[in-house]
Design a protein around this ligand. Structure first.
Ligand SMILES: [Zn+2]
Length: 113
């Protein structure tokens, strides 16, 4: 998988991610201090727990993989399960667009609005 495709999947395809994947990415982006703070808050605040999933086994397993492996795993799953829907290639030159809903190509400037 190219770095460009991985970035596209992780940054623009959240709508196709599983709840535990989004929670794991949110948590893995936190600093150690931030995670400790939020873990305490999550114990008494259901909304925080829903966002970070500290008590959710699936989320915890994903977080334990570490950032690098987690990102690749999510990107590969998205491609396998939803690739046909989310990969938006330019109809003219066939290259990957910037987002799943883009209607303009950043390479050849083709516009299909
Ligand atoms: Zn193009």
């Amino acid at each position: 998988m190219t770095a460009e495709l991985k970035k596209y999947l992780l940054e623009h395809c959240r709508a196709w991610m599983l709840p535990e994947e989004i929670r794991a990415l949110t948590r893995i982006g936190l600093t150690k201090y931030g995670e400790e703070t939020d873990r305490k808050l999550a114990l008494v605040e259901p909304k925080i727990e829903a966002m970070y999933g500290f008590a959710d086994e699936k989320t915890n397993q994903l977080v334990e993989m570490g950032k690098e492996r987690l990102e690749i795993r999510i990107a590969e799953r998205l491609l396998k399960d939803s690739g046909d829907t989310i990969i938006n290639n330019c109809p003219k030159c066939g290259k990957l667009t910037r987002t799943p809903k883009a209607k303009q190509c950043r390479y050849c400037k083709h516009d299909w609005h």
